[in-house]
Design a protein around this ligand. Structure first.
Ligand code: TMP
Length: 203
């Protein structure tokens, strides 16, 4: 089973991913945790290039292709082999992030999905948990910690990203489960665990 987590910056993804991993491991499942952009030595190097604050001149197309390149490596080196071994893969962000950030945020539109179909080679998540939080609260939660090149983007950019996630939620209701990220950590974790267990039993 392939599970991805999505959400704007500051939505609490890392906390919830760690909680889900622990909960599944306690139940005896073999869990592989990975992240995007990154998750392999090559993809982590690509991540550094993408998020480097000094790369202000990066064009939106270059950015979209670099995310897709990091993804192509991760899918082939980590995700597909783990799924073939019957393990549960949890990935912090995946294709939906590119649709929201590059497709909507950078306004590249459908081109993002097209290049990514090549990158993912048919490997789509069985379930995507979308931690939903308005961008202003997310940015408040990030607070004063140092921001990467994407987090430094304008409020208008982050509003478009939020619109992208709304579009995804409406278009893929069977795959994407939106969870209100303003609830308590325990409430959110319980909802996610229940949804994941339901899917596991259905599979
Ligand atoms: P992270 O902070 O969740 O590790 O993600 C790094 C940043 O990259 C985050 O601001 C979201 C952004 N991102 C994209 O713009 N497109 C993508 O395809 C992915 C995976 C992440």
């Amino acid at each position: 089973m392939f599970i991805t987590f999505e959400g704007g910056d500051g939505s609490g993804k890392s906390t919830q991913i760690a909680k889900l991993k622990d909960a599944l491991q306690v139940k005896g499942f073999d869990v592989v945790l990975t992240r995007e952009p990154g998750g392999t030595p090559i993809s982590e190097k690509i991540r550094q290039v993408i998020l480097d604050k000094d790369n202000q001149g990066m064009t939106p197309v270059t950015e979209a292709l670099l995310y897709a390149a990091a993804r192509a490596q991760l899918v082939r080196q980590v995700i597909i082999p783990a799924l073939e071994e019957g393990r549960i893969v949890i990935c912090d962000r995946f294709l939906d992030s590119s649709i929201a950030y590059q497709g909507f945020g950078r306004q590249l539109g459908d081109a993002v999905d097209n290049i990514n179909q090549y990158a993912i080679a048919g490997c789509m998540p069985d379930l995507t948990i979308f931690l939903k939080l308005d961008p202003a609260s997310g940015r408040e939660r990030i607070g004063s910690r140092e921001k990467d090149r994407i987090e430094m983007e304008s409020d208008a950019f982050h509003q478009r990203v939020a619109e992208g996630y709304r579009w995804l939620e409406e278009n893929y209701p069977e795959r994407i489960l939106a969870v209100d990220a303003s609830q308590s950590i325990e409430e959110i974790a319980a909802k996610i665990e229940a949804a994941v267990m339901e899917r596991i039993h259905a599979l």
